[in-house]
Write a new protein. Sequence first.
Length: 229
Amino acid sequence: MTQTATYSDYRGKLETYFDKTASKAWEQLTSDAPVSGVRATVRAGRNEMRDTLLSWLPADMTGKRLLDAGCGTGALAVEAAQRGAEVVAIDVAGSLVEIARKRAPAELNIVWRVGDMLDPSLGRFDHVVAMDSLIHYKAFDIVEVLRGLSDRTSGSMVFTFAPQTPLLMIALGMGRLFPSSDRSPAIIPVRERLIRTLIKNAMPTAELGRDRKVSGGFYTSHALEVLTA
């Protein structure tokens, strides 16, 4: 896949944000440590979404190869590996990958990588999961990423996008009131009908499978399954 300018630009912004600004906050958010009420809703939403995506994967993944595209601090990668999968877990933020590596049981079959999820050297996969790692990109960029990954995926790709809802638009508007130094890279809302249409046009042999929206407090995300086999 030829990367678009916006994809490359936002990937760089995400790397800078997580490595230089938000590493400690995400380490706390993805642990059992006490957090504020706002962050507690984000933690609960992310946990529910992760459980949803994992439920769409086989219970026994022995002999399967999975790409955790945007692995963060590694909770999903660990669960997939515990089911028997060979996992490649990659993120642009080296600080988050280091946290994930330290947390994960050493005996699990996980290869931790810092870099681009589209790197062809990662090889082929049976399943790809991209949880909340594409929410900073426009719909066309998201579909280009999925199209590139589909060429190397023989089973399913499950990903999340930020649905364009009135509540999310209000929350994003409030976020713009914070000083620029405190803001995370922009979340870009996407219309569900548009993303479905773009996927069908870009990958005519693929099928759209399950979908589920998780929304509560300050967390809103929509999961969609693309079947490549």
